[in-house]
Design a protein around this ligand. Structure first.
Ligand code: BJ8
Length: 430
């Protein structure tokens, strides 16, 4: 830790003692999960560096931006249209909330039977251990699930919070409501930044975020090859970093990584044997440093080839298509693209079932793991439909419900190894 960083954190109101403990736990986890992998692409060096300095350089960029009068807008959900923030000269940051570290802090206030993502988010604010939260001028929440919705009310006691209303259905009435919400969000951001969102600025921002989506789609497509040129852990990390790194730099780094992976594909170089079971993970998002499931799977001999989740395809599928019309039509295009995110908060949400099947086929997945954060009722209930659908399609599925702690790691490993054995028998038969 540099003295400069310490000073910066102190100025941001970070609890330095607690923060030291957090940083000291992250290092060994990263070493064991990531740096112990063999033959990683060189392009992962950038992402290692970003995580190695997770509360350093990027936070400094944000604080510099704030010193110049710029605003930082924090988000927890892929429904918040970041293009509007960029277009108004702000910087959006997707907050992580994937650490067990802050969960006990939150449990002093929130019911224990709340999902780990919500508890982790709230605990980070209570414990003052996240410089990204501390740097933010506004936290933008959404009404995607009851737990989050009520947590945002409590969070408002500590920091300015604005909540977007995400509808629960995809009818025309719901779409109209959402369009109104995106317009209202623009007004809020314009007021915060004191900049107006112009046609030109929004076009530029849409272009930048689209480019990042395309780069992440390119990475996803490379994972279709057998053997996969990159581990699931590394690909997940790239997506996680894309939530808070600078949009242009991140796009460039993902494309550089993909250039290297292209070469690997040409010579048939993979990170696991060609016959390693290929697994698609579907369900709740996995924020940094939640690498638990991928680590168990890949140290048990499988390769994760995709994530049907908000730290996967739901984050980067589909671009915002705009023509040469004015601002209203750009906002409409934004609203349309975001309404195509198939989160379990929607009813019905059959599009997600189609997505899981299509992805499993495209990625040549031998099996699917439905990953559910404990106490997340929307995904837990939807898992029943996913299971039915995959059974009809003949795709093996394992349902897992877990949290951020390591208490169930042994039990999970046993269940996963048994599932992989079953999948392997199927692969050998085919
Ligand atoms: S669009 S998945 S990022 S809401 S917080 S719903 S795990 S109980 S995160 Fe999400 Fe947006 Fe949907 Fe994606 Fe469940 Fe926990 Fe709620 Fe959660």
């Amino acid at each position: 830790m540099t003295t400069d960083n310490s000073r910066m954190w102190q100025e941001l109101g970070i609890d330095l003692k607690s923060h030291d403990v957090l940083m000291n736990t992250l290092g060994p986890i990263y070493q064991e999960t990531y740096l112990s992998q063999e033959d990683r692409p060189k392009g992962m060096g950038f992402f290692d560096f970003v995580v190695g300095d997770i509360h350093g350089i990027r936070v400094r960029e944000l604080t510099e931006h704030a010193k110049q009068g710029g605003k930082v807008v924090a988000t927890y959900c892929v429904f918040v249209p970041e293009e509007i923030v960029w277009a108004a000269g702000g910087i959006p940051v997707g907050l992580c909330a994937g650490a067990q570290f802050s969960v006990p802090m939150a449990e002093e206030y929130l019911p224990r039977n709340t999902c780990a993502l919500i508890k982790s988010s709230f605990g980070f604010k209570l414990g003052r251990v996240c410089p990204y939260v501390q740097t933010s001028h506004l936290i933008v929440g959404e009404t995607t699930c009851d737990g989050k919705k009520k947590m945002f009310e409590l969070l408002g006691k500590y920091q300015p919070v604005y909540v977007m209303e995400v509808p629960n259905k995809k009818t025309q009435r719901s779409r109209d409501l959402w369009l109104g919400e995106v317009h209202a969000f623009k007004d809020v951001i314009e007021k915060l930044t004191r900049n107006s969102v112009s046609v030109e600025k929004l076009r530029e921002a849409i272009g930048l975020v689209n480019e990042r989506r395309r780069a992440l789609q390119r990475l996803q497509n490379l994972r279709k090859t057998r053997p996969s040129p990159i581990s699931g852990k590394d690909a997940l990390l790239v997506t996680q970093v894309s939530f808070y790194d600078d949009v242009k730099r991140c796009t460039q780094m993902v494309n550089t990584l993909c250039d290297e992976l292209d070469e690997r594909v040409v010579v048939g170089k993979g990170v696991a044997p060609a016959d390693a079971p290929r697994i698609l993970v579907s369900g709740s998002p996995m924020a940094i440093p939640n690498w638990k499931l991928h680590h168990i799977l890949e140290t048990a001999g499988a390769i994760v080839v995709g994530e049907e989740s908000c730290t996967g395809t739901r984050h980067f599928t589909g671009t915002v298509e705009i023509g040469n019309d004015g601002l209203d039509s750009q906002i409409k295009a934004l609203a349309d693209r975001y309404m195509n995110i198939h989160c379990a908060c929607f009813t019905p949400n059959d599009e997600r079932l189609d997505d899981v099947v299509t992805l499993a086929r495209d990625l040549q997945a031998d099996g699917v793991i439905h990953y559910n954060l404990q106490f997340c009722h929307t995904y837990a209930n939807e898992a029943v439909k996913v299971e039915d659908r995959l059974e009809k399609e003949g795709i093996p599925l394992l349902r897992i419900e877990t949290d951020y702690s390591d208490e169930d790691a042994g039990q999970l490993r046993t269940r996963i190894e048994a599932f992989l054995e079953m999948v392997k028998r199927g692969v050998r038969r085919s």
